[in-house]
Design a protein around this ligand. Structure first.
Ligand code: SF4
Length: 375
């Protein structure tokens, strides 16, 4: 029997008490989601790093599909509106680009789950090591979130399934007494989860203690001590916010130009883009003005699902409604607000949030959540 019933009437079960009966179906480079506007392919940048060449390819494919390139709350990039052939072509083109930490490697393997890292970049090597070990694995659920935090407690706040923050392991947001090298510790924790997970998709479904127990029982468990020098070169970096995580063609063109001029690009789980190693940050700001938010903005605390017409379930054009609300000064406050077109509430971020939900009658209702349960 189902454990509960959703607000939209659909029956649901609590995955923490009822085993999953279907495998995780998160989209990736080769496995696409069939949406109302065509195939949706998702790419998981390693630690958020994306090259100018990759961004150019993704933005071109998104333009062909008729939608902006999308940032997700797990630091992924999404392309919508693809045909099956177009999606295959996109993956093959990215594969040909290759490179260390690429979206797809030379064998065409993508990273099966999200591997995010603090934007400072000091854990980039660790993120690449974790992603490299997981590439192409079919036993890793797409919902799994691995976060490597440099001590700033930025990605640690995402309550990932496996987090290493300043050398200490957290499982589903719960701190453990396990410490060590970030990459080795994260990988050992992922393996421990895979060993005990059964049909579960996420650590919270089997319990942090069980995963920690499996990790301690591992014969070879033993990690070198963690030591990192933290650097954050503010003077040559910018953190910009595309509205609703949408990178349209003009924005992508400027970002690609800046990358071609030597900047490094990183997308974040907060749907922002960090540009590092800029030759002239003021010039970059000038070129991005009007395309993205570069300072305090109501859009910084707003997100939305895709809504109508791109999602057939939506009761309304969520993003259009939100834009009108912002223009009228009725949206964008201290508490993060996530606008959605139906009770599914796709993409609701972790942590305190006001979910503004479209209803069949054309109005919205607001539900304030203290946090998010396992999806
Ligand atoms: S919340 Fe509803 S309307 Fe929005 S993307 Fe999900 S299913 Fe579609």
């Amino acid at each position: 029997m189902p454990d509960s019933r959703r607000r939209d009437g659909a029956e649901t079960t609590d995955p923490r008490t009822t085993p999953r009966t279907v495998p995780d179906a998160c989209p990736g480079a080769w496995r696409r989601h069939d949406a109302a506007d065509g195939a949706l392919a998702r790419f998981r940048p390693v630690g958020g790093a994306v090259t100018g060449a990759e961004l150019r390819v993704l933005a071109d494919a998104a333009a062909t599909g008729g939608s902006p390139l999308e940032l997700t709350s797990r630091g992924s990039l999404q392309v919508r509106g693809l045909t099956a052939e177009g999606a295959d072509r996109l993956a093959a083109t990215l594969r040909a680009l290759g490179g260390d930490g690429a979206l797809l490697d030379a064998q065409g393997r993508d990273v099966p789950c999200s591997v995010v890292a603090s934007p400072s970049g000091v854990l980039d090597d660790a993120a690449r090591a974790v992603a490299g070990a997981l590439r192409g694995r079919t036993d890793v659920p797409g919902r799994l979130l691995v976060a490597l935090d440099d001590g700033a407690r930025d990605v640690a706040a995402l309550d990932g399934d496996v987090t290493v923050a300043d050398g200490t392991l957290l499982l589903a947001g719960t701190p453990t007494d396990l410490t060590g090298d970030p990459a080795a510790l994260a990988l050992a924790a992922v393996e421990a989860f895979l060993e005990v997970r059964g049909s579960a998709w996420r650590v919270a479904e089997v319990g942090a203690e069980r995963v920690a127990g499996a990790l301690r029982a591992c014969e070879h468990f033993g990690m070198p001590e963690h030591s990192e020098v933290l650097t954050w070169p503010e003077a040559t970096s910018l953190d910009v916010t595309p509205r609703l995580g949408e990178i349209d063609a003009p924005t992508a063109a400027v970002l690609v130009d800046l990358a071609d001029e030597g900047a490094t690009l990183r997308v974040t789980p907060w749907r922002t883009v960090v540009l590092r190693d800029l030759a002239d940050p003021d010039d970059a700001l000038h070129r991005l003005a009007g395309l993205v938010e570069t300072g305090p903005s109501p859009w910084s605390s707003l997100s939305a699902c895709v809504g109508a017409p791109r999602c057939a379930r939506s009761h309304t054009d969520v993003r259009g409604d939100l834009a009108r609300a912002v223009a009228a000064g009725r949206a964008g406050g201290l508490l993060h607000a996530h606008w959605v077109g139906c009770a599914r509430a796709c993409g609701t971020p972790a942590g305190p949030v006001a979910v503004v939900e479209g209803t069949p009658g054309g109005t919205y209702r607001t539900i304030v959540r203290a946090g998010r349960v396992t999806p």
